[in-house]
Design a protein around this ligand. Structure first.
Ligand code: AMP
Length: 397
């Protein structure tokens, strides 16, 4: 995939009505609807401010949650408009619909330096279906499309891809940064390139493991998925997570690493427990000989040391997926040590979205990481080497 896409710096935005796809899919309190973290709104500010300060009129749009084509008051973007207005220190005009009369009238009246936020794009079932008529109407509100919602670029929806049939399209600063950093790490990494993969399931990461074995010098596999690799090699893994139908794939990957000369590191010891619980007592056991009544919930001390040593000498580290059940303090040690190793490595460090990003933030290492991706699914597909439709459709440089 070509990551070298035009950005807002490569086009003249002055006097233009810019349709800006943001990621305002903010977490909300289930009861009150209150925004519990405005991080995504804050992250959108540089692009918005640049556009407004450079004479554009911004028509922002986003999805929020999964309304599946229904108009759900709880998933209205009105609270986002309010918070965005506070953060920008200026009025954010809010449209009561997405492509309806209100949106059209407000978009038509919008002046340079003003910003309008449309209602939740997913209130229309046509959004996720990438319906051309809906995309055309949405596109008709603006003259230039700016994609800045990295979290949804792996989805070919009307507001991420469909509108590009009708408007010139470039990236905003957030998407540009993701492409620059992750694209470079995959295409031309500073070596040694170490990939750290964890999380629950092998099946979720099959293509990531496969792709990174083509690119990395060392691949580290921890988390629940490591036990399928142990079982595949004849290990006894007790009650640990197992995907029996992925054992042959695990063996294939072990062989692929050998063929490619890639160092594949798997856990040698494990912190196991009798129950899957925060209060369970951790016991260190051999990963290949986990007692029948126990399950592996974190990497053990020897493994932690070996994994962290591999990260220490790296030029580039990409990390996706926790090393254990980090939600339980007693089993967060491996993930915590890995976060610290990345933070102290001096390498270019990239953390995929989702759980590993949450872990790095929760453990207080976020500011020492080169780049924390804003997209969980999107960054996973990036690491898989898949073409991201919301990126592919943007203009090449
Ligand atoms: P993923 O979404 O695939 O990155 O998986 C993240 C989840 O994997 C987290 O909720 C972890 O608690 C879970 N996980 C990591 N290691 C283990 C393990 N050894 N056993 C069970 N769950 C695990």
């Amino acid at each position: 995939m070509n990551y070298n896409k035009k950005t807002i710096l490569d086009v003249d935005v002055h006097g233009k009505k810019v349709l800006l796809r943001c990621d305002f899919n903010v977490p909300q309190d289930k009861e009150t609807g209150e925004i519990t973290s405005d991080k995504r709104i804050v992250a959108a500010l540089p692009t918005i401010k640049y556009l407004l300060e450079n004479g554009a009129a911004v028509i922002a749009c986003s999805h929020l949650g999964k309304p599946k084509g229904e108009w759900k008051t709880k998933l209205s973007l009105a609270p986002v408009a309010k918070r965005l207005s506070e953060l920008l220190g200026k009025d954010v005009i809010f449209a009561k619909d997405v492509i309806g009369e209100d949106a059209q009238a407000k978009a038509a009246a919008l002046k340079p330096g003003q910003i309008l936020l449309l209602e939740n794009t997913r209130f229309h079932i046509e959004e996720e279906k990438n319906d051309p008529a809906f995309a055309k109407k949405l596109a008709s509100l603006g003259e230039l499309f700016v994609s800045d919602a990295f979290g949804t670029v792996h989805r070919a929806h009307a507001s991420t891809v469909g509108v590009v049939d009708y408007l010139p399209a470039v990236s905003g600063f957030l998407v540009a940064k993701e492409l620059e950093i992750m694209g470079k790490a995959l295409d031309d990494p500073k070596r040694p390139f170490v990939a750290v993969l964890g999380g629950a399931k092998v099946s979720d990461k099959i293509n990531v493991i496969n792709n990174l074995l083509e690119k990395a010098d060392t691949v580290i596999i921890g988390g629940g998925m490591a036990y399928t690799f142990a079982a595949a090699q004849g290990g006894k893994i007790g009650q640990s997570l197992l995907e029996a139908d992925k054992e042959s794939y695990a063996l294939e990957m072990i062989q692929k690493a050998k063929d490619k000369g890639v160092t594949l590191l798997l856990p040698t010891d494990t912190l196991a427990a009798k129950e899957f619980s925060a209060d369970a007592t951790p016991v260190t056991v051999d990963t290949m000989a986990i007692p029948d009544d126990m399950q592996g919930l974190d990497i053990g001390p020897k493994t932690t040391e070996a994994f962290c040593a591999a990260v220490k000498g790296a030029g580039t580290v990409v990390w996706n997926g926790p090393m254990g059940v980090f939600e339980f303090d007693a089993f967060a040690g491996g993930t915590r040590a890995m976060a610290k190793a990345l933070a102290e490595s001096g390498a270019i460090t990239i953390v995929g979205g989702g759980d590993s990003a949450a872990a790095v933030e929760q453990l207080g290492f976020a500011d020492k990481i080169t780049h924390i991706s804003t997209g969980g699914g999107a960054s996973l597909e990036f690491l898989e080497g898949k073409e991201l439709p919301g990126v592919a459709c943007l203009q090449d440089k």
